[in-house]
Design a protein around this ligand. Sequence first.
Ligand code: DQA
Length: 145
Amino acid sequence: MSRTILLLNGPNLNLLGSREPEVYGSDTLADIVAGLREYATGMDVRLIDFQSNIEGELVDRLHEARGEVDGVVFNPGAFTHYSVALRDAVSATELPCVETHLSNTLAREEFRHTSMIAPVCIGIVAGFGPASYRIALDALLAHLG
Ligand code: DQA
């Protein structure tokens, strides 16, 4: 069955490629989205992508996703660690969501060890660079069956 998945990226991820490449790698967000879209298309999955640096825009996009998509791959960036609004928005969608990070947040500064979002997600993928998104998509599709 064909699926539609929302790929949501939060603040500063628009700078991927030039932002701390030793942490986040050299791929741009456009590279990552293009790679994931090609991978998704091969599995008959339609990928809708959206990035914003603004918390409220991410909240709005999650609201719009209700009834539009089957699940969400979400890298909330720094909002992961403190956004109750995004946690509530993920919860309100009642959509399966995979929290996704390029870096292994648990191996970094202590403030990155907390996630507001993870408790309302089906799971987390972190630490595999751009492959995290692919693994997250696989996990989401497996969950959807
Ligand atoms: C990140 C990890 C966050 O802690 C950080 O604020 C980011 C990127 C990641 O993908 O590794 O912006 O979400």
